[in-house]
Design a protein around this ligand. Structure first.
Ligand code: 3PG
Length: 307
């Protein structure tokens, strides 16, 4: 049966990605509507009113969006983290939620390395920096992005260690990565720590003084995950107490302006989250989302269901 598919992205996919997504969905007999760079929730509410399926990126799908979408059957978050989607409101309304795990992981991993070099070279202002070779990088969680960081960091001659209580130790070792005993030793034993945990009730505000304070002299904390996992006031305190520390993030903190004002040369925040903003990641995640929706309506497949 022909369905109405809405692609709603405040931060658009590349034109090539949207045209391939459209081709997949139209080939399957569906109608596609594109809502890009929208400025208000009301615009999304109006667009979703007749949608049977919705593809989003970090766009907020809360109870109000669900209420505005009486025909909605499935939401696919083209990406990994689905903390932007109200899982209860969608489940209560019988709406399936899926993500596209791993599809944009390489792009994010490349940004991690870019941030590591930028921090090591003092934002390229010409002062004496340091080399990545021989340094240690700790991966806080060992999911798809971390797995892509491993060969890149090793290519730079770095030692790679990870800690992930949800990943079997053997899987980390098989990837050629050392296993930290616990989170404290991950933070105390690495020159760089790269955060790859999702934002959940358990992880929100979990990285603060206790962990950041353990980092060795001259360490760099890189966050391409979610801003919510940082205890932001404690981060500010640590940057004040430890003039050797740096914080580089693709997820602009709530206190970004204060941090830039106080520690401008030691912090960096992308103006807009850009880890997954590559042509390749747009295509991988967008096409996967389109295929998942086509499969859902064709066969009822819900392989990537998260709610
Ligand atoms: C993800 O969870 O996949 C990343 O944070 C990418 O988010 P984006 O699609 O908003 O760039």
């Amino acid at each position: 049966m022909a369905m109405n598919i809405l692609i709603a992205t405040e931060k658009p996919f590349s034109a090539a990605a949207t045209s391939q997504m459209r081709a997949i969905l139209e080939e399957a007999g569906h109608t596609v509507t594109l809502l890009e760079k929208y400025k208000s929730a009301e615009e999304l509410h109006a667009a979703v009113a007749t949608a049977n399926a919705l593809i989003v990126r970090s766009d907020i799908v809360d109870a109000a969006v669900v209420a505005a979408a009486p025909e909605l059957k499935i939401v696919v978050r083209a990406g990994a983290g689905y903390d932007n989607i109200d899982l209860k409101a969608t489940a209560d309304a019988g709406i399936v939620v899926e993500n596209t795990p791993g599809q944009n992981a390489n792009a994010v991993a490349e940004l991690v390395m870019g941030m590591a070099i930028m921090a090591a070279r003092n934002k390229y202002i010409g002062t004496t920096g340091f080399e990545l070779g021989g340094k240690r990088i700790g991966l806080h969680a060992f999911g798809a992005v971390s797995r892509h960081v491993v060969p890149k960091a090793k290519g730079f001659g770095m030692t790679v260690t990870a800690f992930d209580p949800y990943c079997p130790v053997e899987a980390i070792k098989e990837a050629g990565v050392e296993v930290a005993q616990d989170l404290k030793s991950l933070y105390s034993g690495n020159d760089f720590v790269s955060i790859h945990i999702p934002a959940t009730a358990e992880t929100k505000g979990s990285i603060g003084r206790e962990l950041i304070g353990l980092m060795p002299n001259g360490a760099v904390l890189i966050n391409t995950a979610r801003k919510e996992v940082i205890a932001e006031s404690e981060l500010e305190e640590m940057l004040a107490e430890r003039p050797d520390l740096k914080y580089y993030a693709d997820v602009r903190p709530g206190n970004a302006d204060v941090l830039v004002e106080r520690f401008g040369d030691r912090v960096f925040f992308t103006p807009k989250k850009s880890g997954a903003q590559t042509a390749e990641a747009n295509l991988n995640a967008g096409v996967a989302a389109a295929r998942q929706i086509a499969a859902f309506f064709a066969t009822g497949c819900t392989k990537f269901k998260v709610n």
